[in-house]
Every structure is written in C-alpha cells, then in structure tokens.
Ligand binder design. Structure first.
Ligand code: FAD
Length: 538
C-alpha cells in the first residue's frame, strides 16, 4: 500500500530522515536485509489514532501525523518548524512544564495533563506523553510527543465524581444511618451517621447487630429481600447498647439492588452481585416520648388492676376468716346432732349463727370483683421488665437500690397477656425492693437477667437481701403465707398471683435453691407457636 501524493512523499521523507538519524540500520532500503519495510513504519505513525509529533531537542516540531492535525486544527505545514509551545493555552501551571523538561532532559518519559489551545483558540485538555528518542550512541537527539484530547472524558469523569460527591454529601448530611452491604454482609459504603453508630452501639460493625435483630422478624435478611423485592420498611428494632446500658430504638428499611463488581474478573463476565441498602433511623427520642405517655397510662391501668386485686384479696381473706368460725359452727351443730342435744335454743342459736356466717360469705363472694379478661399478644419480656423498672424507679432511688439490668438483646417473643405479665414482674420486683428495705446488708442490688435457653425464655430476678429460709421456700407460694410481720388481709397473696399468672402461660416459677447471696426467683416460659393463641383461657 503505497501512496503517491506529494504530501505523503514529504512526510515519508521527513520521517525517514528522523529515523535514519536515530537508527540508520532500521531504514536500510536493501530489501534483503530489511526486517520490516520503512514505509510500514511511516504509515503506522502517520495513521496512528493518537496525535504524534517528533521534535528536536528544543521542542521544535519536525513532524506531526494526521491525528495531530485533527486534534490541534493545524495542518502539517503550519506546525513544522514551530515550537510545541504553539499549543500552550498559557494557563497550565509553569511547574508542570518544569517537571516535563526536568524529566525528559534526564532521558525519562514524562506523562501528564495540560491545557492546549486549538487552532481556533479553544482550549482542550490534553493527556500528553513525551519520550526522549535516543540515537545509536544513546544520546537524546529528538523527542516524541503523543497526546489525545481528553476534554470530554474528563468532563464525564468529573461529572461522575461531582455526582458521587453530591450523593455522598447528601447521604452524609442525612440524619439516617445508611450502609451498603455486599452478599457477604461486608460494608462497601456507609455514611457519617452509620460511622457514629460504631461509638453509640459500642460495636465495630453495627450492621451485623442490626441484621441479626432483623433476622428475628424476617429470617435471613438477604434471602427475605430476594423473596420480597419490594424490600421492608419502618421495621422497628430495639438495641440494648452495652455502652451505659442505653436502650436505643431504630426504624429500619432495606432493599436489594444489583450491580456489577468492578474487578477485572467481572469485566467480560457481566454477572451481577446483590447489594443490600440498609437504612436505620434512630427513633429513640420519639420512642421515649411515647414510652413516657405509655408509662403514665400503664401506671393508671396497673393501679386500677392492683386495686381490684387488693379488694379481691381482702375479700378472699375475709371469706377465709369467716369460713374458719363457720366451719367450727358447722362442726358444733354436727356434734350436737350426733349427741342428740336436747337444748333446742342452743341448736337454734348455732343454726342462726351458721346462716348468718353463710350469708356473710355469700355477700362477700358476691362482692369479689372479677378480673377483666386480657388479650394475648406476642410479648418481648425485655420491654415489660424495662417498663417495670421505669415504674419502680422512684422506689429504687429512694431506697438506694442499684439495678443490674442484663437483658438478652436477641430474646424471642413469648405469647402472653401484657398486663398480667406486668403484674407478675411488678410483684417480683416489689418483693425484692421490700426485702432490701428491711435488709441490714450494705449492698443493695437487684439484678435482672433475661436469657433464652433450651427453648425457654427465662427471667432471673435476684436481690441481695436476707433471702428466704430454706424451710419456708415451699410455703411462699401458698395463699396468705407471708414472711413479713405486716398483717393486713392481702398479705401473702402476691406470689400466689404470680404463680397463677406464670402457670396460665405454661411457665414455671421457682426459687433458685443454689443462690446464696439473697433471693433469686427464676421465671421461665416455653416458646409458643403464635398459632396456638387459642389454647389459652385467660
Ligand atoms: P517556555 O518558555 O517554552 O518554557 C517554560 C518552561 O519550560 C521553562 O521555564 C523551562 O523550565 C522549560 N523549558 C522550555 N524549553 C526547555 C528546554 N529546551 N530545555 C529545558 N527546559 C525547557 N507544551 C504544551 O503546552 N502543549 C503540548 O502539547 C506540548 N507538547 C510537547 C511535546 C514535546 C515532544 C515537547 C518536547 C514539548 C512539548 N510541550 C508542550 C512543551 C513546550 O515545548 C513548552 O515548554 C510549553 O508549551 C511551555 O511553553 P511556554 O512558551 O509557556 O514556556
């Protein structure tokens, strides 16, 4: 392929001249000894899709190819003999030229970006490589310049990085913690709020903790999102932060999106990866506000329920007390009948007494108020215990009692009636406070632990009080038994009520026989399938 135009001969002659100067052996026209024909070198440079120029040591242009003309706008005859500085837009910092010359004059290749001026006066961004060309004696005789216009690709790249910056600053200024996780749950992107969670939750990777809590509701989260591409929204989780034993609430949303991995393996293989975008909004403040209102309502509800129970217990106590003389009167009547007692007045008097006692019992029974049936729902005992501690806060503070609250953050729900469980734990906590009030020990601690063990949800309430003597432990669950010398008819019914409630949910309550430092009640409930609600008669 030989061109015959005048321009071609001119170009070929110029290049041949330069190449001859550099390496005379290469341009030997003896076809027998030639490795590659000279015209091939000329054509390769001439047609190369990059702007190529060859200069002398002062950057005076000796040759430029077709792409050079396309990129700069100058014809070959317009640039030959001109200095490369013809292309300078005069806004490139001088240090860049200094660096260029510093390198090439030391026989090193220079690569960088500078702003060039097109023949029409317009600036363009050039990516330039300048390489020294050495002659056969290894002396630099010329420079080879190669550049391309990267204005558009730079604009695209800049737009992209601007957009990335914009997205990042929007994400970072959000009050919601956001994190993107790959299929191995490794964090690939996060924002400032998420980073702050590391300190707030005292956990090096908060997402791990959140995913674990979400999986209690959703099962494995990635799988859930594959099955439910619409994702999940506003799913609330509570986290017991180890730090300062704070309780935090988050409203979480999650969605999967698919993306190409950026590694070379995925360049031709367009297989996509699933990424999970998880956002966590801290709703603790709203929750605390709600909780405050909720606690006020609870206080009222529990006070009412307690009053009803107290009336019930007082009346049941009265019935119990009236039943004692009644039993004696009935026994006396029976005895008189057996002995064929001849004193009708006495028999009559006893019978009247019996009747009057029976009427009193009937009246009292009639007055015993009913406890309203409760609805059963899935319940997190951590929440119930937290509420009870909040409700008992004043009593705990005024008695200088330290609470050692260790909830299991992954405690599963049980099925139960909220108010009944509140009454149960309120009773146990109040018993512990009462025991500590009377204790002479300097240490005043109530420890409350929740845990999930052997398919049972367990609550351990331990106090550092005097404990219950071993011989009385089996009696404390019997009606009207009390270790306190306080009198009052309702005394001794609290643990009866507690046991009754625990048994309603197939649970178990016992005193830990091995606990030596005071008294420890162990309450446990089996995990129940939520479909089994109806089995419970409440
Ligand atoms: P100048 O006065 O030409 O030079 C500025 C500084 O460059 C000087 O202070 C000095 O530090 C250094 N310098 C200049 N000439 C020499 C020299 N002969 N020896 C040592 N140091 C020297 N420039 C562009 O703007 N666009 C290009 O596309 C471009 N392509 C080039 C391709 C090649 C092969 C070579 C060798 C140079 C190229 N240059 C290019 C650099 C160009 O020659 C100028 O140095 C530059 O344009 C600055 O020009 P100026 O008139 O602003 O400053």
């Amino acid at each position: 392929m030989k061109k015959t135009s005048l321009k071609y001969f001119q170009v070929q002659t110029d290049i041949e001249k330069v190449i001859k100067d550099i390496n005379p052996g290469l341009m030997n026209h003896d076809a027998d000894r030639e490795l590659l024909p000279a015209w091939l070198f000329v054509e390769a440079v001439e047609q190369a899709p990059i702007a190529i120029s060859i200069t002398d040591k002062k950057a005076n242009i000796l040759y430029a190819n077709q792409t050079f003309s396309k990129v700069t706008g100058y014809r070959l005859d317009e640039v030959v003999g001109q200095n490369e500085s013809l292309l300078s837009y005069k806004s490139t910092p001088r240090e860049i030229y200094y660096d260029l010359w510093y390198n090439i004059s030391r026989n090193q290749i220079w690569h960088g970006q500078l702003i060039n001026k097109h023949k029409n006066g317009q600036p363009y961004l050039a990516e330039l490589t300048v390489a020294p060309v050495q002659d056969s004696s290894r002396n630099t005789s010329h420079y080879l310049g190669m550049h391309r216009d990267i204005t558009e690709s730079y604009a695209v790249e800049k737009n992209l990085s601007n957009q990335k910056l914009l997205v990042e600053s929007v994400i970072n200024s959000s009050s919601i913690a956001m994190v993107v996780l790959n299929e191995d749950n490794k964090v690939v992107l996060d924002n400032q709020q998420y980073k702050a969670l590391v300190t707030d939750l005292d956990h090096s990777e908060p997402a791990e903790m959140v995913l674990e809590l979400l999986s209690v509701h959703l099962g494995p989260v990635h799988q859930y999102l594959i099955d439910n591409p619409q994702g999940f929204n506003s799913l609330e989780i509570r986290i017991e932060s180890n730090k300062k034993h704070r309780l935090l609430w988050f409203s979480c949303s999650g969605k999967l999106f698919r993306n190409n991995a950026g590694d070379p393996d995925s360049f031709f293989d367009q297989s996509e990866q699933n990424y999970l975008l998880l956002s966590m909004s801290n709703i603790t403040r709203q929750r605390l506000h709600q909780e405050e209102i909720h606690l006020q309502t609870l206080k009222a509800v529990l006070a009412e329920e307690e009053q009803i129970r107290s009336i019930r217990e007082t009346l049941l106590g009265a019935i119990h007390q009236v039943n004692q003389p009644l039993n004696q009167i009935q026994a006396a009547i029976q005895l008189m009948e057996q002995k064929n007692e001849q004193s009708p007045l006495l028999v009559d008097l006893f019978q009247q007494l019996e009747k009057s006692c029976e009427q009193t019992v009937a009246t009292l029974k009639h007055c015993v108020p009913e406890i309203a049936p409760s609805t059963i729902t899935p319940i997190n005992l951590n929440q119930i215990l937290h509420e009870i501690l909040m409700l008992s806060n004043n009593k705990l503070l005024s008695n200088g009692i330290v609470i050692d609250w260790k909830p299991d953050s992954l405690l599963p729900n049980i099925i139960g009636a909220e108010n009944k469980l509140r009454m149960l734990f309120k009773q146990l906590v109040e018993n512990a406070i009462n025991a500590l009030e009377k204790s002479k020990k300097p240490e005043r601690t109530i420890a409350i632990n929740t845990l999930f063990n052997d398919h049972r949800v367990m609550v351990l309430i331990s106090d550092s009080g005097p404990g219950i003597p071993e011989n009385l432990r089996s009696q404390v669950f019997q009606p009207f038994f009390t270790t306190q010398k306080m009198g009052g008819m309702q005394a001794g019914m609290g643990l009866v009520m507690a046991k009754e409630i625990v048994h309603q949910f197939n649970g178990n309550i016992e005193i830990d026989q091995d606990y030596q430092d005071g008294c420890r009640f162990i309450v446990s409930f089996p995990l129940i399938d939520q479909n089994d609600y109806n089995r419970y008669e409440l």
